[in-house]
Design a protein around this ligand. Structure first.
Ligand SMILES: Cc1ncc(COP(=O)(O)O)c(C=O)c1O
Length: 434
């Protein structure tokens, strides 16, 4: 396994504790009346060394831990060097010195008004269109927003249209809600709208889920004319577009077309945004931008009635980062760094695999999407890559119907340029052997 997916997931807590107790017994710790080792004074100091591997498995904090000798280009996470610890420290110091405990109270259902005001001003500037705070609902990341939308707008068995390929973890959320996934073909510019019209002749979708800008995994961006036609189709056929726009602000070349958020006044679009990609995923903070009727539906849900607005504490801190301009500075830094990483991956791919795999260079986001020679299978290649201490995601996971078997997805967000180059060199070695 390349990625060690967290101790308690793989092994139960009981297994790990039992292992530690077993080691302790072998090490001659005393036994209590039940025959179990009883920790003497030596235990504290010895735990740190002898039992450390087992303890760290128990105490794992992050979703994925990659052994230091492995390069996992499958990870769609920001690199450790890009996590804004200093900004969040300053934001916390500033906010927590104020004699206002409101961020510790149950929050307003739609989300902290001051935070939404700061977010609206930020989006107005960076989307280059007026965004009103009334059209923003605060969520605990785009994933939770998607889950909540499924809860509120769908019933088991409803049809959801997705792009082929689509963000694989959104497919998981749709499966949790027992939705029927129908994959709509795409081309180099994203959703193929003629194919969508054909699909609409036989299906009546409740939702259409799209990542319109710098798509995960394929990197494409839907042109403006297609965005407009998509909205017209949604209005005519009465389905809701869920536009996952988490990469919209991560453009490294020309400015992208306006976000789907520009069409929320039609009532046909729910636009999802997230601080995961522009500040830090651990904040679990994002938003839905939508017309007022949808706002009401979102914040009137039982979840919010019971728990209040989502993440008032984090919103209170991120508000400071927005108001002080720290978010803007961080975004500029991210764009610069990701641009350099994207170029490094592009060059390495051209150099090592230029005539063996097909890919187009994205203009933003996190990913390259590679078409392998037709005799190669992405999942088999992934298994073989493990021996070379290399990871990536096999294309089949991004398919709505088990296709895309000769594709793989690589992320350039997590590693610096030289590690990316080494990763691509390893990929060439794996492919050379096939
Ligand atoms: C397209 C897309 N949507 C949503 C997410 C997750 O967003 P969040 O962390 O805000 O839940 C990701 C993360 O990889 C993503 O690529």
């Amino acid at each position: 396994m390349i990625v060690v997916p967290g101790g308690p997931k793989g092994r139960t807590l009981r297994d790990v504790l039992w292992r530690i107790l077993g080691l302790a017994r072998n090490d001659g710790f005393g036994h209590n009346a039940w025959g179990h080792p009883s920790a003497g004074p030596r235990l504290d100091s010895q735990l740190c060394s002898r039992y450390e591997p087992y303890m760290s498995e128990l105490l794992q904090t992050t979703q994925s831990e990659v052994p230091p000798d492995v390069i996992d280009l499958g990870l769609g996470h920001p690199g450790w060097d890009l996590l804004p610890l200093e900004i969040m420290r300053r934001a916390a110091e500033t906010r927590l010195q104020q004699p206002d405990a409101s961020l510790l109270q149950y929050g307003l259902e739609q989300g902290d008004g001051y935070f939404r005001r700061a977010l609206a001003a930020f989006l107005t500037r960076f989307y280059d269109l007026p965004v009103s705070m009334d059209t923003l609902f605060v969520s605990a990341g785009a994933s939770l927003a998607l889950d909540l939308i499924c809860t509120l707008y769908t019933r088991p068995g409803d049809v959801v249209f997705v792009e082929e390929p689509s963000y694989f973890l959104a497919l998981r959320i749709f499966a949790d809600h027992h939705l029927q996934i129908v994959a709509v073909p795409t081309d180099a510019d994203g959703l193929d709208l003629d194919a969508l019209e054909e699909a609409l002749a036989t299906h009546r979708p409740t939702l259409l889920y799209t990542v319109p800008t710098h798509q995960n995994p394929a990197g494409f961006t839907l042109p403006l004319e297609r965005r407009q036609r998509l909205v017209e189709l949604a209005q005519r056929h009465n389905f809701l577009i869920v536009a996952d726009e988490v990469y919209h602000l991560l453009s490294y070349a020309a400015a992208p077309p306006p976000p789907m958020a520009a069409f929320t006044n039609t009532g046909a679009v729910l636009s999802l945004g997230s601080f995961s990609k522009i500040l830090a995923p651990g904040l679990r903070l994002g938003w839905v931008q939508a017309a007022p009727a949808h706002m009401k539906r979102l914040y009137s849900s039982g979840l919010l009635d019971s728990g209040g607005g989502l993440n008032p504490f984090t919103s209170g801190l991120v508000r400071v980062a927005l108001e002080e301009g720290w978010q803007e500075e961080h975004l500029a830094q991210l764009r610069k760094t990701y641009h350099a990483r994207m170029d490094a991956m592009h060059q390495a791919l051209e150099h090592e695999l230029g005539n063996r795999v097909a890919f187009s260079t994205p203009e933003g986001g996190y990913f390259f999407w590679l078409r392998l020679p037709s005799h190669l299978d992405g999942e088999t290649l992934q298994q073989q890559a493990a021996a070379h201490k290399l990871g990536f995601r096999a294309g089949v996971h991004f398919s709505g119907h088990g296709g895309l078997t000769n594709y793989i997805r690589l992320s350039f967000a997590y590693y610096d340029a030289s590690t990316i180059a080494e990763g691509i060199a390893r990929l060439r070695q794996v492919i050379d052997k096939c």
